[in-house]
Structure formats: structure tokens, C-alpha cells
Design a protein around this ligand. Structure first.
Ligand SMILES: [Zn+2]
Length: 85
């Protein structure tokens, strides 16, 4: 079954996320930051639908994201899972 995916916009940047709308995108808590083995600045966000952790890049003309991985993802399980293309 083909699922409609959404790219860009203000919601979750993960291609596989079907329910990560804008108000599910939260800043990481200090505890969540400690669960992640990579350095994430204050720009880090997490989608509380799929657990996608990403950084918003500030480009002049477009909004892009760098996905670092998933924290407590419903499919991958609990803990940290590094993002792989
Ligand atoms: Zn998501």
C-alpha cells in the first residue's frame, strides 16, 4: 500500500513519518539530549510521533533539516538509533 508522504513544511522531516505535524515537533529535553551520543545544540528538535531527532538549518531561502537519528521510535524500539539513508 502506498502511503502519502510529505516533504518539507514545518512538520517532521522524516519521510516515513505520517503523523508528525507541526505541534508534535518539540525541543529536546536535557534528559533526551543525554540519551543521544552526538552533540546536538539548542536547535535540536524531536518529533514526538516517530522520535525523529533533527536540527533545523537556517538557510536564506529555504528551510532544511539534518536528521541525526531516532530516539524512542515506535518501530525501532527504545533508545537511540542513528539515522541511515
Ligand atoms: Zn516524525
Amino acid at each position: 500500500m502506498k502511503k502519502k508522504t510529505r516533504h518539507g513544511g514545518a512538520g517532521c522531516p522524516s519521510r516515513d513519518c505520517s503523523g508528525g505535524d507541526t505541534n508534535r515537533q518539540k525541543s529536546l529535553t536535557e534528559g533526551q539530549k543525554k540519551s543521544i551520543p552526538v552533540s546536538i545544540g539548542h536547535e535540536g528538535k524531536r518529533c514526538n510521533y516517530c522520535g525523529c531527532v533533527y536540527i533545523k538549518n537556517h538557510d536564506l531561502n529555504m528551510s532544511t533539516h539534518t536528521i541525526l537519528g531516532f530516539l524512542d521510535n515506535g518501530i525501532f524500539g527504545e533508545g537511540w538509533h542513528e539515522y541511515k539513508e
